[in-house]
Design a protein around this ligand. Structure first.
Ligand code: FMN
Length: 353
């Protein structure tokens, strides 16, 4: 069996395309439309409580009988450091005051790592989505075994050969090879050791290194990109930015317009927005937070709490300069069309590529 047919069997899909989980952008409707079109839709549960996660899974299941993927964040649990957080808020105070808003008195965690949430593990074991994927690291091997014993296929995002070896040792079913072109948060396990390997090199190296199916992610926007990834050794692709402008996503109008404008040509990676490196369209979030004189930033996702407060203050006054607009380097190729139509177009393009 070729890798290509084996991944279609493993994920029980017809097309080797995964719509990336995207907290804040993907929705049950988007995932269901993608899955109903024969690819694999995903929902992001990284920012959800176990109760919200259960509801999102059930909502998606009500919209499709096809398999879909649910995604969890496995970052090292954040440590509250009140001194660091106060210094960070002090550093950002002038940005808040420009919107006639005082910075929050303190920062909150927002959401916990999957590593800290046996309640979330129980939701997955109860609800048994067909596929579960991990970002930022791996849960304990025992949890992976329990999920697989419940019939769930496990995918892990990796950004280096070393992370791929860890995921292989944990006996995941397939690897998502995320290159530095990718939009959104880098899946790097230890953000202090980010090697920024591109999709082309990462997929090629991992294809030589492992027998596990590889899912290429980062900068893939059309059928040629999918076929090129397959030529490098990928069995399938995971695409995020390409789905942001689908009407089924929850992206706001300003985000969609930016993706369809020349602004999409300039993306950058910053860790000062959330506390972990992530790529988005450059706006004042990238240029005005952080920098050489910034104090130590709080842990992920505590830093994100400050950014979200600033973003809300700016947006309440009609200013989107501090809006979170994650996007990959392929963003100028973004297309605004319903998800099912996008899958059909991608499949057609693959055939002619
Ligand atoms: C808006 C946005 C949000 C994202 N959120 C998540 C997420 O919640 N979980 C995750 O595993 N990956 C997330 N990612 C990364 C994707 O899984 C994937 O690696 C990336 O989209 C691939 O690159 P591309 O955007 O160039 O297609 C996100 C990407 C984007 C664009």
């Amino acid at each position: 069996m070729t890798q290509r047919t084996s991944i279609l069997n493993l994920l029980n899909i017809q097309h080797p395309i995964i719509q990336a989980p995207m907290v804040g952008v993907s929705t049950p409707k988007l995932a269901a439309e993608v899955s109903n079109a024969g690819a694999l839709g995903s929902i992001g549960l990284g920012g959800s409580t176990p109760e919200q996660a259960r509801e999102l899974i059930q909502t998606t299941r009500a919209l499709t009988t096809a398999p879909f993927n649910v995604n969890l964040f496995c970052h090292q649990p954040a440590q509250a450091k009140p001194g660091v957080e106060q210094a960070w808020l002090g550093h950002m105070a002038s940005l808040f005051r420009a919107y006639k808003t005082e910075p929050p008195a303190s920062l909150s965690l927002g959401y916990v790592s999957f590593l800290e949430s046996e309640a979330m593990l129980q939701v997955l074991l109860d609800e048994r989505p067909a596929v579960v994927s991990f970002h930022f690291g791996l849960p304990p091997n025992e949890w992976i075994k329990q999920l697989q014993a419940a019939g769930i296929t496990i995918l892990a995002c990796v950004t280096t050969p070393a992370e791929a070896r860890l995921a292989q040792a944990a006996q995941v079913n397939a690897l998502i090879a995320q290159g530095m072109e990718a939009g959104g948060h880098r899946g790097v396990f230890d953000p202090a050791d980010d090697q920024l390997i591109g999709t082309f090199a990462l997929v090629s190296v991992l294809a030589e290194m492992t027998e596990l199916p590889i899912i290429a992610a980062g900068g893939i926007m059309n059928g040629s990109g999918i076929v090129a990834s397959q030529k490098l050794g990928a069995a399938a692709v995971q695409m995020g930015t390409a789905f942001v402008c689908c009407p089924e996503s929850s992206a706001n109008e300003q985000y969609r317009q930016a993706l369809q404008s020349e602004r999409s040509e300039r993306t950058a990676i910053s860790a000062d927005i959330s506390g972990r490196p992530a790529r988005g369209m450059v706006n004042r979030l990238f240029t005005d937070i952080g920098g050489a004189h910034a104090p130590t930033r709080p842990d992920y996702p505590i830093t994100y709490d400050a950014t979200k407060a600033l973003s809300a203050a700016a947006i309440s006054q009609g200013d989107y300069d501090f809006a979170v607009q994650w996007a990959g380097q392929g963003a100028p190729l973004s297309r605004a069309m319903p998800a099912a139509e996008l899958i059909a177009v991608l499949v057609q393009e693959m055939q002619t590529a």
